[in-house]
Design a protein around this ligand. Structure first.
Ligand code: NDP
Length: 393
């Protein structure tokens, strides 16, 4: 039986991952959250109700030490061990009993747990794209050094990963075709986006996801982050990756092979499919998911991503080309800007301008070969964003 820890179990991916694990009959080692200890308690109690004793989580962890006593009190009647703090989350990533770790934490907070899992030699099902964006080379070298796989959970990267399974050699992939839904503002020009509200930006046409990635989808930052993620995972350059809008989110991504054949992975939008594939790879297990009816669907709609209207996508390409710590700078500026936008402190378009401005104005020290450099660059980007917001607002 596989033993798994789910980091970020209370989020959108985490909840679906728990469902997948329950259906697969996996044994849970740890569930972790940030501040939503109510949901974490609910999940632990659910596991105690439906799972056999040897599959129930042994640890419940909140990243926030101030919530330790509350969580401990809430779970006092169960034999689960309660821990708190970001170091405890890294400990959970490295638990000797884990065969696999699913990292569904949002933001750069996922980077240290990613490194901890890989350094402990654990297979990593990775939803936290920010790990690869901020710490790309460090993360890949930790995986290589410890001889473990990074199994993509992001639907596009899972699609590409599924498509390459049948190839005899990665060099057979001429190009990656990364699909994008286009988000809620597809077809709009920059001038149409001036007064976009958080409520409008939080309405994704096809996927129900956490707030940060939903805003990233509206600004197309998400596609930019995914482009960088794909470059690392599949050892490609941005020019080898074409971004195509596929409005219905049915084609999750494609590869163009060197003989001209295009392979696509399709299906109704359901994140449980890529989550489960990462957990069962190289096998496929049954899953109750809505099946696609091509007759009902009728047609698929394609289009282009507009990099002038959506500055974040252009900024991510620029960041990757600038290399070193610049993807981390773009990510840090974006995380700060998304949080400020959700709090109503800055307008929608200021997100892209902040990311672009950070790339143009900051000069981080180092090349991203150490965790300290990466965290320092992230700090620099957030400081820059903070200064900018106090001038803008
Ligand atoms: P959510 O915001 O829904 O969930 C994030 C999870 O991370 C929650 O469990 C949250 O805890 C926890 N968390 C937040 N901050 C911290 C912190 N500082 N330390 C430790 N844990 C923390 O995000 P999603 O599930 O939408 O996304 C998770 C990751 O997966 C992101 O990187 C996203 O880009 C990626 N992804 C998501 C997809 C989706 O469909 N949602 C699709 C593809 C990729 P709490 O609940 O307590 O706040």
């Amino acid at each position: 039986m596989k033993h798994i820890s789910i980091l970020g179990s209370t989020g959108s991916i985490g909840v679906q991952a728990l469902d997948v694990c329950e259906n697969l009959g996996l044994s849970l080692n740890a569930l972790t959250a940030n501040r939503n200890i109510k949901k974490l308690e609910e999940q632990i109690r659910h596991c105690y109700t439906v799972m056999p004793a040897d599959s129930r989580p042994r640890y419940a962890v909140t990243a926030d030490p101030t919530l330790y006593l509350d969580l401990k009190g809430a779970l006092a009647d169960l034999s689960v061990q309660v821990l708190a703090g970001s170091d405890a989350i890294c400990e959970m990533a490295a638990l000797p009993k884990n065969n696999i770790v699913l990292n569904a934490i949002v933001g750069i907070a996922g980077l240290c747990p990613t490194l901890a899992a890989l350094q402990a030699g654990k297979e990593l099902a990775l939803a936290n794209k920010e790990s690869l964006v901020t710490g790309g080379n460090l993360v890949l070298s930790a995986a290589e050094k410890n001889n473990v796989h990074i199994l993509p959970v992001d639907s596009e990267h899972s699609a590409i990963f599924q498509c390459v399974q049948g190839l005899s050699n990665p060099a057979e992939v001429e190009k990656i075709i990364l699909t994008a839904s286009g988000g809620p503002f597809y077809g709009k020009k920059q001038s149409d986006l001036e007064h976009v509200t958080a409520e409008q930006a939080l309405k994704h046409p096809n996927w129900s996801m956490g707030a940060k990635i939903t805003i990233d989808s509206a600004t197309l930052m998400n596609k930019g982050l995914e482009l960088i993620e794909a470059c690392h995972l599949f050892q490609k350059k941005p020019e080898d990756i074409e971004i195509v809008v596929q409005r219905e989110s049915i084609i999750h991504s494609m590869i163009l092979c060197r003989d001209g054949a295009i392979l696509a992975q399709m299906g109704a939008p359901d994140m449980r499919v890529p989550i489960q594939y990462a957990l069962t790879w190289p096998k496929r297990e049954p899953l109750k998911t809505p099946l696609l009816s091509f007759k009902q669907l009728g047609r698929l709609t394609f289009g282009e991503a507009d990099e002038d209207a959506f500055l974040c996508l252009k900024a991510c390409k620029k960041a990757f080309d600038m290399g070193g710590l610049y993807p981390c700078i773009a990510n840090g500026a974006n995380e700060a800007a998304v949080a400020a936008f959700l709090q109503g402190k800055i307008p929608f378009l200021e997100i892209g301008r902040t990311v672009w401005g950070a790339l143009e104005n900051l000069h981080p020290a180092g090349n991203g070969s150490s965790l300290e450099e990466i965290l320092e660059a992230d700090h620099l980007a957030r400081e820059y964003a903070g200064r900018r917001f106090s001038e803008v607002c």
